[in-house]
Design a protein. Structure first.
Length: 246
């Protein structure tokens, strides 16, 4: 039976992924900010077949709490087969432009705290010599766009960090998966005017994540067509790209 740690377990994508692991009978340790949300999700996962479900509240921005939280989860589970890092915020780009402190807060939540958690998790899993670290980044990290370059920059940091971590841990038996979703219909995108045809359901993304973990894939674009969309965007010359208001 697999032991799964999920950080940011209240996210729509994380919850949909946890349901798939629960159906496989996995043991789960869930971390999120709200203990109330965690209790509700844990109850649901047990009904769906999870072996055991333990929870702990964690605000990812409370860096000082990271090591103790991870150590406690590891002691409780005895082994991490899969760790999914799934939290994040899609900040208001205009607000970040007007208030540099807001931009720094976005980077703190989406990048700095993730670096702290992944660095600590990497050391735990390196000692363990097995397991998968699956980290949700974003297609937004592939290129800085005027519409969301603060968020994009934070995800670019996560993507580059994971790429280095993958090479470091490769020989130690630990696999690193970078997940790059496109637009997903979740609370994060609620109220935004997005093309319905490009808006994936969290369940679809979750299925791709579970399959990519099983196949030990390195980078997952989800849904699949984002690989090709981003290939086009990445290869646009700067002279053209800077004129677009994407
Ligand atoms: N939705 C998209 O279009 C999309 C696209 C690409 C990538 N992603 C990425 O996918 C991941 C999951 O997002 P989602 O779509 O599932 O959105 P979501 O349902 O809004 O989930 C985001 C989660 O992050 C949590 N969170 C925010 N700040 C936190 C903090 N300081 N400490 C702990 N948890 C914190 C939120 O917790 P609370 O419930 O406590 O607020 C929320 O549960 C994120 O990394 C996001 O950047 C999403």
């Amino acid at each position: 039976m697999q032991n799964i740690l999920i950080i940011g377990a209240a996210s729509a994508i994380a919850e949909a992924t946890a349901r798939l692991f629960a159906a496989q009978g996995a043991n789960m340790f869930l971390m999120a900010r709200s203990q109330e949300r965690l209790s509700g999700i844990a109850g649901d996962l047990k009904v769906r077949g999870a072996g055991s479900v333990r929870t702990a509240s964690l605000d990812a921005n409370d860096i000082d709490a990271h090591q103790a939280a991870l150590d406690a989860a590891y002691t409780s589970m005895g082994r991490f087969d899969v760790v999914l890092v799934a939290y994040g915020t899609l900040g208001d780009q205009k607000k970040c432009e007007a208030d540099p402190d807001e931009a720094l807060r976005e980077l703190q939540t989406n990048a700095m705290s993730t670096v702290s958690l992944l660095s600590r998790l990497a050391n735990i899993m390196e000692r363990q010599g097995s397991g998968t670290l699956a980290v949700i980044s974003s297609v937004a990290g592939d290129r800085g766009r005027p519409a969301n370059y603060v968020y994009g920059a934070s995800k670019a940091a996560v993507t580059a960090f994971c790429e280095g971590l993958r090479s470091r841990l490769y020989r130690k038996g630990v696999h690193v998966l970078t997940v790059k979703p496109g637009m997903v219909d979740s609370p994060m995108t609620e109220g935004m005017e997005l093309p319905a045809a490009l808006l994936a359901k969290p369940e679809e993304v979750a299925r791709d994540i579970v399959e990519a973990i099983r196949r030990k894939q390195d980078v997952l674009y989800t849904p699949w067509y984002w690989r090709f969309v981003m290939m086009g965007i990445i290869h646009l010359p700067v002279k053209v790209f800077k004129r677009l208001s994407l």
